[in-house]
Design a protein around this ligand. Sequence first.
Ligand code: ADP
Ligand code: MG
Length: 239
Amino acid sequence: MSRHFGGVRAVDGLDLTVRRGEILGLIGPNGSGKSTTVNLVAGLYQPSAGTLRFDGRDIGTLPPHRRAELGIARTFQNIRLFSQLSVWQNVWAARVVRERGWDGFRARWLAGAARAREEIEQLLAFSGLAHKRDQLAGNLAFGEQRRLELARAAASGAPLLLLDEPAAGMNAEEIDELDERIRRLREQGRTILLIEHHMELVMGVCDRVAVLNFGRKIAEGTPAQVQDDPQVRAAYLGS
Ligand code: ADP
Ligand code: MG
């Protein structure tokens, strides 16, 4: 798959497969095409060339909301929340995406709403945000906003989560907690594409890692294999 912006080959003939149930790390120097890859999968950008399949289905031309319905959720490198809604409302808004197709029977609706509330409670606890439920998202501390973004992605119920630098700006303790949360999401059966600069997190939590440089994949393998790869070392040392 490729995406060019004018003369810039942001993603250049990338062949990448995320296997069901795995955590695949996607790393590379700044400007190597990681966020563009996330935007191509989520549907914010259309590929200049190539195909994109999800669950065997060609999704390359679908708009972002259709891909979300099919089961692709994401977080943004630059946090995007409903800043004028409360923490609870932010999670709720992501959760209701799943309820399309309800047939409108009152009893079923109420049962569904109760189940949704219970799930939101669990997610707020999971994210360490239960005590902040009524605060406006825009008033949260930075690390809390990052946690809320992850909670929203999880609340969508999507089997595939695209996490674009979720550890950026976090302190060591917050990164340890994030590591734990990512593992728990996988235990719940989620598949995760993790873009990260924080190498300890990537190498610790990922099953496999792919490395981009100038829009091309230069290595792919287990964390140990990738760390030993001379091309990867060169890309990071800039030599
Ligand atoms: P990364 O996330 O790995 O840091 P990006 O995918 O954000 O890299 O960017 C890859 C390259 O594509 C960069 O050279 C960047 O400037 C360029 N690029 C990304 N998005 C756009 C855009 N919307 N318009 C023009 N150039 C872009
Ligand atoms: Mg990026």
